[in-house]
Write a protein that binds this ligand. Structure first.
Ligand code: FAD
Length: 447
């Protein structure tokens, strides 16, 4: 099968690129490894551009934003310490919008379908062939690039295109395949791992009634519980590596003692750490009793990276696939949409035999570099040095509603020595926490 433009990934970057290219008459196919109805955690879209969405043909905007949002902060036994409630009010689009990303991505996919884009779901790209004689460094493709991969049932597929937009997020499929991937720094000395479960119906009802996100403060970090609709929840942990390994080792030793068997080689791997922390945290153990785990334990991406060059005459990298700085402090959704639009524009020029795409390739690379520099606030480093002023900065922004209390906890974890390096108090100072949450509430009230 041949198409003008192949887009890897149906997130905001891929959808924006595909819609832009399809509207200019190009044949466009999106391939995405996710199946239909893949859930996605809610996220914040800073400076939400409703006009942009409308231009892309997205309808039903009001449905895409969460207007009321609660975060509960509790102790491991479930004792509630604080609740912050964020209400953006009204039915319009708030200036910093809390997105229902599952619906958001679905609405973008609908708009892409309306523009004539073919969307192949459950198709994972694992081989990228730039074409005989192709050279990523010089941007020559040596003919039409070919993508191939597997379907959910294990069968193989391949697709030939004239231009490829890689919008595969942190997978950076094309960047890795072509050797463009440049790792940066480690994001956080702690270990972050999560999975999804289908929980018992009565517990799901209780969670839905209680609110959105729960943060459980642990010794050396925190756990989170995020309902994803229906009975599905995401549960994850962010813990100092030492604390995490100790928890896994202790649980493993206990299990080995019981069975008398040597333990699995990966007893300190992400799955073991997550299982150990859940078992040791009463509120999580209760929530997940009898639950069905739907995904393997997934370690969160913990390094920054850049892929260069981000464009050539036959490809463009858009969104996270071009580079990744920080999930909490970068403007990921915004950059994904903006770069997707530009990558789609580049694909139009590059597939027009009468046009020269060279200037557009360079302009795209310059724009991405400038955008990444602007988005990179280095707030992690600042938070490690001075958590109070950096949290105050976040509050003034007003940025990432549900992550403001989280940022507070991260700051507390750093400055009270609850991270891997030293032992500190087992719980954050409740007074400090309340103060932060009160500031957060006041900030949102003034929107
Ligand atoms: C914990 C966390 C919290 C975040 N919070 C925020 C926030 O509040 N606000 C914000 O603006 N940003 C946030 N971000 C960042 C934001 O999620 C990303 O920047 C944004 O989703 C990037 O969009 P994208 O289209 O580039 O990629 P994605 O949305 O990641 O989409 C990539 C798509 O590619 C598909 N794919 C991947 N590999 C392959 C493959 N090999 N073959 C086929 N398909 C593939 C995936 O299934 C996926 O659909 C957060 C990130 C994390 C991890």
């Amino acid at each position: 099968m041949t198409t003008d433009v192949v887009v890897i990934g149906a997130g905001p970057a891929g959808a924006a690129a595909a819609i832009t290219a399809a509207r200019s008459g190009r044949s466009v196919t999106i391939v995405d490894r996710a199946g239909p109805d893949a859930p996605h955690l809610p996220e914040t879209w800073e400076g939400a551009r409703a006009d942009l969405l409308a231009d892309l043909g997205v309808t039903g905007l009001a449905e895409l934003f969460l207007h009321r949002h609660r975060v509960h902060v509790s102790a491991p036994d479930g004792t509630r310490w604080a609740t912050v409630e964020v209400s953006a009010g009204g039915q319009g689009v708030p200036p910093t919008a809390r997105l229902d990303r599952t619906r958001f991505d679905a609405a973008l996919a609908d708009a892409a379908a309306a523009a004539g884009v073919v969307h192949l779901r459950g198709h994972t790209v694992d081989i990228v062939d730039p074409g005989a004689g192709g050279d990523p460094a010089s941007g020559t493709s040596g003919g039409e690039p070919i993508l191939s991969g597997s379907r959910a049932d294990g069968s193989r597929w391949s697709l030939r295109g004239r231009f490829v937009v890689d919008a595969s997020g942190k997978s950076a499929t094309l960047g890795r395949a072509l050797g463009l991937y440049r790792p940066g720094r480690q994001l956080d000395p702690r270990q972050a791992v999560f999975s999804h479960w289908e929980i018992e119906a009565d517990r799901a009802d209780t969670l839905a009634a209680a609110g959105t996100t729960s943060i459980v403060v642990l010794d050396g970090g925190y756990a989170f519980v995020i309902p994803l609709g229906g009975r599905r929840v995401s549960v994850g942990i962010v813990l100092g590596t030492d604390t995490a390994s100790r928890a896994a080792a202790a649980r493993h030793a206990k299990a080995a003692g019981r069975s008398g068997e040597p333990g699995a080689a990966d007893s300190c791997g992400p799955a073991a750490v997550l299982a150990a922390v859940i078992a040791d945290t009463p509120v999580l153990a209760r929530l997940l009793a009898g639950a069905r785990q739907l995904l393997p334990a997934i370690p969160a991406m913990n390094e920054t990276f850049t892929c260069v060059p981000a464009a050539s005459r036959w490809y463009a990298l858009a969104g996270d696939a071009a580079g990744f700085d920080d999930p909490f402090l970068q403007r990921g959704v915004d950059t994904a949409l903006a770069s997707g639009l530009r990558a789609g524009g580049l694909s139009i020029l590059a597939t027009d035999p009468s046009a020269s795409a060279q200037a557009a390739v360079l302009a795209y690379q310059d724009w991405l570099t400038a955008d990444r520099a602007a988005a990179s606030t280095h707030a992690y480093d600042a938070a490690a040095r001075d958590w109070r002023s950096s949290v105050a900065g976040l509050l003034a922004d007003p940025h990432l509603p549900s992550f403001v209390p989280l940022a507070g906890l991260m700051g507390l974890a750093t400055t009270t020595g609850r991270g891997p390096a030293s032992a500190g108090p087992a719980t954050p100072d409740a007074g400090q926490l309340r103060e932060l949450l009160a500031e957060a509430r006041a900030t949102y009230a003034s929107w």
